[in-house]
Design a protein around this ligand. Sequence first.
Ligand SMILES: *[C@@H]1O[C@H](CO)[C@@H](O)[C@H](O)[C@H]1NC(C)=O
Ligand SMILES: *[C@@H]1O[C@H](CO)[C@@H](O)[C@H](O)[C@H]1NC(C)=O
Length: 492
Amino acid sequence: MTKFQGNTKDGTEPLPAPPPLARERIPVQKSSVCSRSYFMVVMVFFHVYILNVIALLLYVHYNNASNAVGSDLDFTSRTNNHKIAEQLNTEPPSDTRFTRNVYLPRIEGIRVGHVQKVSLAPGKMHEMRTLSLKPLLFEIPDFLSEEECAVVVRLAQLKGLTESQVMVPEGQEELSQQLNLSPEEIFHLLDLNQDGQLQPQEILTHSRVRDGIWLTPENLREIYDGLKVDQDNNGVLSMEEFGQLNSDSFQRYLLQHGVKKSHLVRNSKHTWLYQGQGAHQVLRELRNRVTRLTRLPPSLVELSEPLQVVHYEQGGHYHAHHDSGPVYSDTVCTHTRVAANTSSPFQTSCRYITVLFYLNSVEEGGETTFPVADNRTFEEVSLIQNNVDLLDTRKHCDKGNLRVKPTKGTAVLWYNYLSDGKGWVGEQDEYSLHGGCIVTRGTKWIANNWINVDPDYQRQARYQQLVLQQQESQERQPDMNADEHTGNHQEL
Ligand SMILES: *[C@@H]1O[C@H](CO)[C@@H](O)[C@H](O)[C@H]1NC(C)=O
Ligand SMILES: *[C@@H]1O[C@H](CO)[C@@H](O)[C@H](O)[C@H]1NC(C)=O
């Protein structure tokens, strides 16, 4: 190893000698064709050739064999999935560091419009249509029956729904103080194109992440005027102009002028329904169907978030967003944080798959929009251009690339992450950007099932092992067992 490195580094590796066989060949040709040396040369060539062919065949064979692990997992074979689940549950994390053999199957899209039959419940076939490849997105009509939709809505109403949008300006303030950023540093962070000025879209993108108030280009101009920040009136902020602002100036201005629900990133109510052991039969059945649909190990699905039920009233919306955050080296997934060995301030939902169910047919509006689905390129800067903000689902849903009409009982499924090419979760799929268009007539009921997978395989394995240990210790103390469900429920 070290010798090899030495050779390549200083470049003293000698030039390859001319192949010896070529030199031998010339005198041989001049003598007899039946000579001994000619025979030797032919035999050597022959052997090298045969060895090459054998090596090639072996290579192809083994390559196919390792690929076949995935393609064998067809829709109806549940046994393989169980095997995978067991591996994920039992393998000690230290041993799996380099030898992990867990494979998360992905549904194949084939092409837009492709329809495949899927068996999700006994005695019934469903049709699954590919809606886009970027993101990998499918639609399954009649995933739920009318009665099932009604039960889920009723359970949600029984539990009670709360406002979805929580404004967290203080939390964000703490984070920027924690990071000790000066106004200059913030300026350079925001200045995506590094031209020394902050364009409106650079400010807008930032403020939305910061405090959940949805600034539009129009009210940004109002704020500039109100606060008299853009003194030269050129529509962009220089470092000097930006430096005169406090980090919460925009927000204070808006709050003073009144923030309505329609000014927020989302305008809806939601609740969570537990789906584990002992849950309502319809909710259990839903989870089983999702497991069969995604073909993922049941243990993964079982440990995922409960069902989220969302209600939009007329005028409700959810501007375009990702269900998962990008995962950097110091980011921790919310669901596996107990298994993470850090106190990282960066926490994000790691939702490998979203399965969204329409629980009613909306009279008008309320589509799910995928503004950049199957676009040839994705450019964050192109999302807000010339007063058209593709992220704005109150104003510009019609300009997005793909919209799904809410139809009672239909499910849509998409992947929020790409594959890492080795059978595990890779990078966030930026094309999975989506939002809920404004409901212009009637109301809208949907439910979300998120399948949580940590892109860090070690962390996911450690987490599952922790849960397993916890369950085992609870089984040894039967009196504790009664509290198990309520405990889990509250935690989520
Ligand atoms: C957790 O972190 C501590 C200190 O940073 C280290 O000593 C320990 O080995 C780590 N444990 C694991 C499981 O990585
Ligand atoms: C969509 O694709 C076109 C063509 O490649 C590109 O010009 C445009 O910027 C893309 N839109 C977004 C939002 O990335």
